[in-house]
Ligand binder design. Structure first.
Ligand SMILES: Cc1cc2nc3c(=O)[nH]c(=O)nc-3n(C[C@H](O)[C@H](O)[C@H](O)COP(=O)(O)O)c2cc1C
Length: 200
């Protein structure tokens, strides 16, 4: 999020005004998404590599920093995706919004944090909310269980320690934006070298 007093992202030279406006609009929507439950981009599919095999799952977008070009997600520290991202930090996020008619494909570099101030402060914020239950589950996700009931969490005061809470930070290196519209679709790529139109 652009904090008060901080400068918004610097427009890049050589980028056409139309593409610049689109890039600004993309980040504006990404900034809105975490706080608006109805925003379609609050849910993103993250695809990663698992020893050469593709793995993918839905994640809730929790935070956006348009200046650092970073997106933040919460997850269980025992999740297999942590090791996948430690081994191969390059992963993709995909999101579609029917309201906007926009698909985003984000090439990202992920960082995994299971301890430190960033983890502790976020856990302190959510530990008394229903979302905390996701990180207090007694078994790692993907563990075989005889029946769903076996996996019930015993309600208990959430611990101060964030035993299974982890934070994933995705630095967005490239945005592939697709607009489905009439009379034509539009698609553009935004990366460190600038922005360009590409065939849809
Ligand atoms: C709507 C929705 C939102 C989800 N949000 C998250 C999330 O924010 N973090 C997370 O770790 N898993 C989330 N999940 C569960 C993941 O999609 C996935 O099933 C789980 O993380 C296990 O995946 P893994 O094997 O890659 O660890 C969500 C699932 C759905 C359907």
């Amino acid at each position: 999020m652009t904090e008060p007093g901080k400068q918004p992202p610097v427009p890049r030279p050589g980028v056409s005004p139309e593409l610049r406006l689109i890039e600004v609009a993309i980040w504006r929507e990404l900034l809105r998404a975490p706080a608006h439950r109805e925003h379609a981009w609050r849910h993103m599919v993250m695809a990663s590599l698992d020893a050469g095999r593709v793995d993918a799952r839905t994640l809730v977008l929790r935070e956006c920093d348009d200046v650092a070009r970073e997106l933040v997600f919460y997850t269980d520290a025992r999740s297999p995706k942590l090791d996948q991202l430690r081994t191969t930090p390059g992963a993709m996020l995909v999101a579609w919004s029917t309201d906007l008619g926009w698909q985003l494909r984000l090439h990202c570099h992920f960082e995994v944090a299971t301890r430190g101030l960033g983890v502790a402060s976020r856990w302190a914020r959510i530990r008394c909310t229903p979302a905390a239950q996701d990180f207090l589950f007694p078994l790692p996700s993907g563990t075989a269980i005889p029946q769903p009931a076996e996996a019930d969490v015993t309600p208990a005061p959430p611990p101060l320690e964030h035993h299974h809470f982890a934070v994933l930070t995705a630095r967005v290196d490239e945005i592939d934006w697709l607009e489905l519209g009439a009379p034509r679709h539009r698609r553009a790529r935004f990366d460190a070298s600038g922005a360009s139109w590409i065939a849809p």
